[in-house]
Design a binder for this molecule. Structure first.
Ligand code: IVH
Length: 670
């Protein structure tokens, strides 16, 4: 019987060898032992670890076979939000992108770029602590994702330990999990044999495989991973995106060989053409090319808008277009009463997804495209996701085509429809229209609202039709015995649902405002409102002028808000929500610590070393606000070159007038 220390040594050796062979096989594509020899080493490791479970380490290759199943995924907050990218579609857009950068940075020096294939998979984040992979998560809503560590550990191209002599204390790696075209074909062949439903495309297959509670299922799927970035490079020896990629390659990640450092936009464009040309020969799907400002200091200065960074864009390949027949048009009704025509199409496959409906947006759109029922039409998936009807194929008309007529009454409640001047949508103005109420409820409970688990559109529809809910606060009055007896429910799902409702009762002002579904008020505007007013009472009491002063809130949004809060019906609805226990907690507990909270900046004249937008962004990052005109609320007037009359007015009001240098001192990043 060998002693424990010998076993331990043997295990160490096995792990090292297996990791090194796996790296040669999966990443370098240069194995030096046969598959059989590798399997024997692996088997020996598994057997020994089974005998001595206390000796299993978190970076052991045995993690690759999966772990015991979970009952649910935990949530993980991303320390740095995982943003998405703005899309561009042409060289002109590319030039506009650069012009915007130069304007923002106040420079005429053209930056250089990294151009990288845009893989069509799923973004994930991998956290390494002292070199060891500890947490892996999905992107989720960008702020909070799902913890899928055990699943990610099964992917052979994700290192369980970084191959760095002195790994950083913490490294957050980001990249794309995907399935190759060959892996996808094999997987579907297997599923055909097993009489299981097929995946529509590699992306869906990757998504389905990653979101398995049982990681041994994930382990059997041909998942792969390319790293493309890290969330924060301040502590690393990297000054550019190119250096980050090299660093990640050295750390043991598989890197995309088709990335290119481009000095000019024309180099960027030729790389795009190159990728389009080789696209059909690649082992995996790509849907475009990501272009990133290479220099990390510039990236930092450029920062991000609500959902996407200013320093990167995705240049998408032109969408695939196919033809099919427009069979009929139905009319849906949205939560704000807008009537939306929807094309019913003869089902057709576009890039692996079957399309049978597409929104036609509104009447003007139908007239502009001159669409008729029975037309053969060109269909594409915009940004490869949302299907749209591009145009009718006029040459194929037979004379059998029928014009599309818009309804004059609401398809749900029968009330007459109205179209306000300067608006594209026909609208049902009946606040009690059942379809609107239902949509509003679904919005309230859905992802863009309070995001109540288990209250998707189907559940909400069912509860509405059963007469259990008709206004948002009804949700919080639901009782176990009411839910448990519904078709498809039961004690367990009822108590789960009640739990989820209970959790969502405490929410943030931003979420609650988005959940109300006020026209023109989305999540981003809601956040601005929270930043400015902090409480619902103050927001509801805000005057039109106060709203107009907030940077980022236009006249339309302002009007919509004042109208909404002045409406007695909505006031009652909000009061009922509060009475049913909905409370608001601050979304940024550290808000009070931001140095510029309560300060209102106004800019005049030309700034020389940074652009107005960059200056405004800095103020907001630090918790301050930016005014667009002079008033007693302004606390700091920042004066650039050639200031206007605001300076005199500021003198009048006795305001502090500061220079650009003063400003830079105030917002300096310590
Ligand atoms: S950079 C803030 N680089 O594209 C920068 N993203 O809309 C955002 N993607 O789901 C990510 N290849 O996972 C970056 N080389 C690449 C990428 C890439 C694919 C995905 C990413 C995200 C989406 C961005």
């Amino acid at each position: 019987m060998p002693v424990q220390s010998e076993i331990s040594e043997r295990l160490d050796l096995l792990r090292q060898e297996i990791s090194a062979h796996a790296h040669r096989y999966y990443i370098l594509d240069a194995p030096i032992i046969s598959d059989g020899e590798y399997d024997r080493l692996f088997q020996e490791l598994l057997t020994l670890e089974e005998q001595y479970p206390a000796l299993v380490t978190p970076d052991s290759p045995s993690n690759r076979v999966g772990a015991p199943p979970l009952s649910a995924f935990d949530s993980v907050a991303h320390r740095v939000p995982m943003l998405s990218l703005e899309n561009i579609f042409s060289e002109q857009n590319l030039q506009d992108f650069e012009e915007r950068l130069l304007r923002y940075l106040k420079t005429t020096d053209h930056p250089d770029y990294m151009a990288e294939p845009k893989l069509d998979g799923l973004a994930v984040e991998l956290i390494y602590e002292d070199g060891l992979l500890t947490v892996g998560s999905t992107r989720g809503d960008g702020k909070i994702g799902e913890e899928i560590t055990a699943n990610l550990k099964t992917i052979p191209t994700i290192p369980l330990r970084l191959n760095l002599p002195e790994p950083p204390v913490r490294l957050e790696v980001r990249g794309e999990v995907y399935i190759s075209l060959q892996g996808f074909r094999r997987l579907n062949e297997q599923r055909t044999k097993d009489q299981q439903p097929l995946f529509a495309n590699p992306r869906n297959a990757a998504a389905g495989s990653l979101r398995q509670l049982d990681s041994t299922i994930t382990a059997g799927r041909p998942l792969d991973f390319f790293a493309y970035g890290i969330s924060e490079a301040a502590e690393l020896p990297c000054r550019t995106q190119a250096e980050i990629l090299t660093y990640l390659g050295r750390a043991g990640f598989k890197m995309n060989p088709q990335t290119k450092n481009c000095r000019t936009l024309s180099e960027v464009a030729s790389h795009f053409n190159h990728l389009s040309a080789i696209r059909p020969t690649l082992a995996h799907e790509i849907d475009g090319m990501v272009i990133k400002v290479n220099n990390l200091d510039l990236q930092q200065r450029l920062g991000a808008k609500a959902r996407s960074p200013r320093w990167a864009v995705a240049w998408k390949f032109a969408a695939t277009q196919v033809t099919t027949r427009l069979l009929s048009v139905t009319f849906g009704i949205g939560r704000t009463g807008a009537i939306t025509p929807v094309a019913i199409l003869e089902p057709v496959e576009v890039n692996g997804v079957t399309v049978s409906r597409a929104t036609l947006h509104n009447e003007d759109e139908i007239l502009r495209k001159d669409l008729r029922i029975n037309d053969m039409v060109l269909v594409q998936r915009a940004g490869d996701v949302i299907p749209e009807v591009v145009k009718p194929i006029q040459e194929l008309r037979t004379g059998e085509e029928q014009p599309i007529t818009m309804p004059t009454t609401c398809p749900e409640c029968g009330d007459s429809l109205e179209r306000k001047e300067a608006e594209a949508a026909l609208r049902c103005l009946n606040l009690h229209c059942p379809a609107q109420k239902m949509r509003l409820l679904a919005h309230f409970a859905g992802k863009a609202g309070l995001d109540i688990e288990g209250f998707g559109i189907r559940a909400v529809e069912q509860l509405y039709q059963e007469g259990l809910i008709s206004a948002p606060h009804d949700l919080f009055l639901l009782r176990q015995e009411q839910l448990a007896v519904l078709p498809g429910w039961g004690e367990k799902s009822a108590s789960k649902a009640l739990n989820a409702l209970h959790k969502c009762k405490q929410t943030t002002l931003t979420r609650l405002i988005s959940a109300l579904g006020i026209r023109h008020i989305g999540e981003v505007t809601a956040q601005l409102l929270e930043d400015r007013f902090l409480t619902l009472d103050r927001l509801m009491a805000a005057s039109a002028d106060e709203l107009a002063e907030i940077e980022g809130i236009g006249p339309q949004a302002g009007r919509s808000l004042t109208e909404y809060f002045a409406n007695q019906g909505y006031q009652e609805m909000i009061a009922q929500l509060q009475a049913s226990g909905v409370t608001i907690r601050p979304s940024k507990p550290s808000g009070a610590l931001l140095p510029l909270v309560g300060k209102v900046f106004l800019f005049t004249g030309t700034l020389t070393s940074l652009s107005r937008s960059e200056a405004k962004a800095r103020v907001k990052e630090l918790g301050g606000q930016v005014a667009s005109g002079i008033s007693r609320k302004v606390t700091h007037l920042i004066c650039g070159e050639k200031p206007g009359s605001k300076v005199d007015q500021a003198h009048h009001l006795g305001l502090a007038i500061l220079s650009e240098d003063d400003f830079k001192m105030i917002v300096k990043n310590d």
